[in-house]
Write a protein that binds this ligand. Sequence first.
Ligand code: BF8
Ligand code: SF4
Length: 645
Amino acid sequence: MDVKKRSSDPATQEMLKRMADSGQENAWDRLEAQEPQCGFGQLGICCRVCNMGPCRIDPFGEGPERGVCGADVDTIIARNFLRAAAAGASAHSDHGRGVVHTFIAMAKGEAPDYAIKDRTKLLALAREWGIKTDGRKDTEIAAELGELALAEFGKSYGTQRMAERAPGPRKALWKKLGLTPRAVDREVVEALHRSTMGVDQDYKSIIHHASRCSLADGWGGSMIATELQDIMFGTPYPKHGEMNLGVFKEDQVNLVVHGHEPLLSEMIAAASALPELVAEARAAGASGLNVAGICCTANELLVRHGIPVAGNFLQQELAVATGAVDVMCVDLQCIMQGLTEVVKCFHTKLITTSEKARLPNVEHVQMEEARALEVGKAIVRKAIEAFKNRGPVHIPKDKGEAVVGFSHEAINYMLGGRFRASYRPLNDNIMNGRIRGVVGVVGCTNPKVTHDEGHTRLVKELIKRDILVVMTGCAQIACGKVGLMAPEAAALAGPGLREVCETVGIPPVLAVGSCVDNSRILVACTEMVREGGLGEDIADLPVAGACLEHITEKAIAIGQYFVASGALVVFHEKLFPVMPGTAVHQYLTDGIAAEMGGKWAVESDPVKAAELIHAHIEKKRDALGINKERERKLFDMEDRQKLKV
Ligand code: BF8
Ligand code: SF4
């Protein structure tokens, strides 16, 4: 086993060796056991939509060219793509709906442990949605806002309210193309309907709906999740954070929160700070209580409270294998069933908390919003109890220091200051060329490629080229671990970006949050357009998105909503589930740009991906006419030098 091929992260390499020596299995081992994986599946050319199948198309043109129903290769790929986007949109949006339910309960006084933490945001969103705010109690406003937000998931008529935020030309384009997202549920149901046997069989029409359904996620379910979480838990502002397995403390009770919905983990974090529970932990022989996160629940707590992150998706089993985790408390999404096996080798107590995400033979403590803090306390007590049974531990030393929490409001504030918060300085620095553009590097970590390496190498290459990077998800954790989100990382940036970072006091890589927080990037792009000087639409901006290690269907939904919002999105060539050389591949990576301004690109090599993105950004700059400006300035300087001679 070559651990360096499996991961570029030293803590992960260390734990991989340890697990191998102890005969414990993890995702990399199970991937090896699966090999060779089904090539048809990888290329998206296997259909099991109906029971005349499963059908597969021969990629070499020697076998069948159509499924039993007559579906061709493009239809089959597009249908699989649409179903993935719909599943991804469902996951983000069902998380969003869960948040709205708790939000309404909070507003009605039925969830007393939750409160309005960001009143400014509550009022701003209420006004945006036409809710009367004068002379009303905050909770009254919140209750009305919550009901309107809930309707966004299932309303019978109309389109997503959040989509109104998009730049004017983008909204006009969506309207013209019939892409303005309606209710989230409707888009998802229609996606499943269209992709059943014998319905939509024109690949462009199928991808068209993948756009609409994904837009209902980005400009709907995800954005609602982000906004309402901000109101209830606070909008992120810059703070210190630490990331990697080295955040575990040998002498403390370590409680890991893992998943995506921060509703309960917020309460666990609050409970762990209560003096009575700290005293109980001390009485059990620990020096304190240490809450750390994994996956996007981690990102949520990190950007709002600076709670440490133990690792990203592929590190969940490794965290248990340190022997230092007393409780691993999971909510939903990206929770490997493999955890149920690895906990058998340790004292670690695995606890599920959402009725939507159960694991066989695992203790379930149901999250209840009416008594959420009590549930949080009960889970902390279970961790204290489990601590007493702890065996030997092995905690890798590695951890990265970072400054995190760059919500779009924080970027506004950092750049413009309290009294003139604006994106003007960012736009100016893009226009004067110090910053060439902005790229969102997001998404998962996949064992099929070297863990973390795609993200970290790509990001280093981008900042070297004076491209500001914004991050979410597991990619954010990958880069945080290696110090790319520390202010000192400015030293790795090109001279222009470095100058801006040092002047403003930001790192060259900004941690924005969880995967639903990709909606913050949509809002930031819209603000850049609104600020002026960089075109009229997101498609005009020198921006792009990238994910070189994607796993989940959620990543497909995110990619497609960025494409349909006008951005270039780069995925790893071998992980993109669309067979090269097909009409649908050609469409997604080229033809779609003529309609939407955005498109997909595929590239396996992080350096080449950075070059591709840089070239795209320079093309956008040329089109905006802002590169000419720079050339003129350089010419002026030369002119002056000549004069001196
Ligand atoms: O929603 S990046 S592996 S944890 S899916 Fe999952 Fe992918 Fe990580 Fe967050 Ni996003
Ligand atoms: Fe085969 Fe068509 Fe059924 Fe798919 S829908 S399994 S291609 S018959």
